[in-house]
Design a protein around this ligand. Structure first.
Ligand SMILES: *Cc1c(COP(=O)(O)O)cnc(C)c1O
Length: 364
């Protein structure tokens, strides 16, 4: 009989910091989908890790179950998140499960409608800032420094702990680490977390690791992958090596000018022998459409950046023949249908209510 997935804390608790009050929506256990179309484009064997299948539609749930559980352990009753959308959607849902309040500080006018709807329906208090994401994060830090409010952005170390479980799942499905793992990079929490997860499964430690969660258990993987990070051209501080003051990209989830986990991302890149590159908004949107039309997976623009970066690398001859590659597609396309449909005509043909009219319309 199939065993129902219990959420990442129940599944991987022996490799996570202990929490007493587990707040979960049974996140994780997401599909690792083989994509023959991407094999054909790259000459490798390519899988997409479909994180849009998480309870609130993005990988943020993996970190949020840890962060909110910890908040409840500490007796704090209000959490705050600066967010480009998915963090607030996730924080709001997990706060509901925990029975605590949630304040969302977001950049005015820059949030996809679906994500905003999630924060609203889950009852979060929204504050829009006339500024960018980095301004929002600065405000939340200021709030949590002086008031009994817990910060649940990815600089909360428990978030990264939860997010590392995606790397465990990849190894558990493939039997070992892939050769290469490709990720979109915004605040760089996720690339930090995957590198930590892969490293710990191979019996190694990274700087982001907790004392009690690495090196205690026998290794599961024989190796670690190379980490390839992909930023949007208009928001590519890690590629340029300096913060970007006015980050701009259609991929709002990676519209970040000064990543919180900058140093850890460089560590993941350099100690894995990987790279961090950028792609244009046009490449991101083309890849989003390609993933929907050829792979059958509808992702949000930021998520398509990983695959766009892989395709670009293949074009430059950088993809080793026959390599096993996993691309994380971080969030669900349903969160931002306006961007996805931007260039499409969405009016279907209206016909008379008869089979004949349908036959004619379908050209049968
Ligand atoms: C948060 C997010 C990212 C960026 O992840 P970082 O950890 O900030 O690098 C990418 N895609 C989606 C869909 C996200 O929600």
């Amino acid at each position: 009989m199939a065993r129902p997935w219990r959420g990442i804390i129940a599944e991987y608790g022996d490799r996570l910091p202990h929490v007493e009050n587990v707040v979960t929506l049974n996140e994780g256990g997401t599909p690792l989908v083989h994509a023959p179309h991407l094999d054909a484009l790259t000459g490798a064997t390519v899988y997409v890790k479909v994180e849009g299948a998480n309870p609130t539609g993005s990988f943020k749930d993996r970190g949020m179950t840890m962060a909110i559980s910890r908040v409840v352990d500490e007796g704090v009753t209000l959490v705050a998140a600066a967010s480009t959308g998915n963090t607030s959607a996730s924080a709001a849902a997990y706060a509901v499960r925990a029975g605590i309040g949630c304040a969302v500080i977001l950049p005015a006018g820059k949030i996809a409608a679906g994500k905003l709807a999630q924060a609203i329906v889950h009852g979060a208090t929204l504050v829009a800032v006339d500024g960018n994401f980095d301004d929002c994060l600065r405000i939340v830090r200021g709030l949590t420094d002086s008031y009994p409010v817990a910060l649940v952005n990815s600089i909360n170390p428990y978030r990264l702990q939860g997010q590392k479980t995606a790397a465990f799942e990849v190894v558990d499905v493939l039997g070992d680490a892939p050769d290469i793992h490709v990720l979109p990079v915004g605040n760089a929490g996720n690339i930090t977390a995957y590198w930590m997860g892969y490293s710990e499964y191979a019996g190694r430690r990274t700087s982001a690791a907790f004392e009690d969660s690495a090196g205690r258990l026998a290794p599961v993987a024989s190796r670690v992958p190379r980490m390839w990070g992909v930023q949007a051209e208009g928001a590519a501080p890690l590629v340029k090596g300096v913060p970007v003051e006015h980050p701009e990209t259609v991929a709002t989830a990676i519209r970040i000018g000064n990543p919180a986990s900058w140093g850890y991302a460089i560590e993941a890149r350099d100690s894995s022998g990987g790279w961090i590159e950028s792609v244009t908004d046009a490449q991101i949107l083309d890849t989003q459409a390609m993933l929907a039309a050829k792979v059958g997976v509808f992702v949000e623009p930021a998520s398509a950046a990983s695959v766009a970066g892989l395709v670009q690398a293949a074009g430059r001859g950088l993809v080793p023949e026959g390599a096993t590659i996993v691309c994380t597609v971080t969030g669900n396309g349903l969160k931002d249908t306006a961007t996805a449909l931007g260039s499409h005509i969405v009016e279907p043909t209206v016909i008379a209510p008869t089979v004949e009219a349908a036959v004619q319309a379908l050209g049968l």
